[in-house]
Design a protein around this ligand. Structure first.
Ligand code: UT7
Length: 320
């Protein structure tokens, strides 16, 4: 039987951190204490004009490939989770593929907003388990700042740009112990970007619109349950989990989910303070930080949980 294991991980944040005070200096009607007490966010990174998701993704991918000791040319599948693609088409995955210098791998984008990374891991694992693909790059890359209305303080202080990537490899023993993904399209109105392009113009609003409290309530209900579902299916008890890595949107949601799952605060990886909500990039950004600073050790079990617009949500249980 073939399984998928994580062979390498990398992440990338563009430019210098932009503090809450910097946003105020730029004219956003907000205050530092409000942002920190409601979200835990202290800084975010904003990509320079002309820098796209593929540019951030390629930096994260190079770091992941280097850790894996794998050349880009060896990859046989590239999946990019993003809601902020470089273009309508071609896919950001094919643009990233060209920048990495790979020719011939299958490459496609996956759109599940902030749950995109767990969705993409789940899909990639199935390709590997089927035996059809052996070396798979999974990337979460976003330039969410392009979708922000800087006059809407309910949303603009929350998001940032960044990318994270993992290289998955076929293995004899499982590194991905289980995944679960779900969606409820009836909830699409509480978080969306209600814009379209037609006849060369944008119709509707090409800005993030969100009912923050509805999103909050939904996230704290589905994240603990999908974590438990994934562990139950894999036959792993929550006591055996070393690390929880939730989607990095809001420290209050993260703490709530940690408590509900019975994790100690020091077992929960939290990086939202440094980069804000980077949508599909947030989980691999947090995981990369915890791998590189030595918190996540070989043999340990890690549960990832993500939730995003759609609504979409899911979890992945990993053994490093
Ligand atoms: O990937 C999923 C993405 N989204 C999320 O995870 C967001 C989930 N939701 C949340 O994190 C929270 O609902 C927010 C952080 C967005 C908001 O926190 P809240 O405690 O639900 O605040 P609220 O919406 O009830 O707003 C309370 C007050 C309002 O003022 P009044 O009407 O009570 O006077 C807002 O105008 O906070 C005000 N407010 C702000 N004040 C300063 C809203 N945004 C800001 C701001 N700075 N940026």
């Amino acid at each position: 039987m073939t399984f998928a294991r994580i062979a390498g991980i990398g992440s990338y944040l563009p430019g210098d951190p932009v503090s809450n005070q910097d946003l105020i200096a730029r004219g956003v009607d907000t205050d530092n204490d409000w942002i920190i007490s409601r979200t835990g966010i202290k800084t975010r990174h904003l990509a320079a004009p002309g820098v796209n998701s593929s540019d951030l993704g390629v930096e994260a991918s190079r770091r992941a490939l280097e850790m894996a000791g794998i050349e880009a040319s060896e990859l046989d599948l590239i999946i990019v989770a993003t809601s902020t693609p470089d273009m309508f088409f071609p896919s950001t995955a094919t643009i990233l593929q060209a920048k990495l210098g790979n020719v011939g791998a299958a490459a496609f984008d996956l759109q599940a907003v902030c749950a995109g990374f767990v969705y993409a891991l789940s899909v990639a694992e199935k390709f590997i388990k089927s035996g059809s693909h052996k070396k798979v790059l999974v990337v979460g890359a976003e330039v969410f700042s392009r979708l922000l209305d800087w006059k809407d303080r309910n949303t603009c202080v929350l998001f940032g740009d960044g990318a994270g990537a993992v290289v998955l490899e076929a293995a004899e023993f499982p590194g991905i112990l289980g995944t679960a993904i779900h969606a409820d399209g009836s909830k699409n109105a509480i978080l969306n970007v209600p814009g379209q392009v037609s006849g060369g113009n944008i119709t509707g609003e090409a800005f993030v619109r969100m009912d923050g409290q509805a999103v909050f309530k939904f996230a704290v209900s589905v994240l603990p349950s999908v974590a438990k579902q994934t562990c139950d299916t894999a036959g792993v008890s929550m006591d055996e989990i070393n690390w929880l890595i939730p989607h990095q949107a809001n420290v209050r949601i993260i703490e709530f989910v940690g408590k509900k799952l019975g994790m100690r605060p020091e077992q929960v990886v939290v990086t939202v303070g440094e980069h804000g909500n980077t949508s599909a990039a947030s989980i691999p950004l947090a995981m990369d930080a915890a791998v590189r600073d030595g918190r996540i050790q070989h043999g340990q079990k890690v549960i990832l949980v993500g939730v995003g617009g759609g609504f979409t949500w899911g979890a992945a249980l990993l053994r490093f």
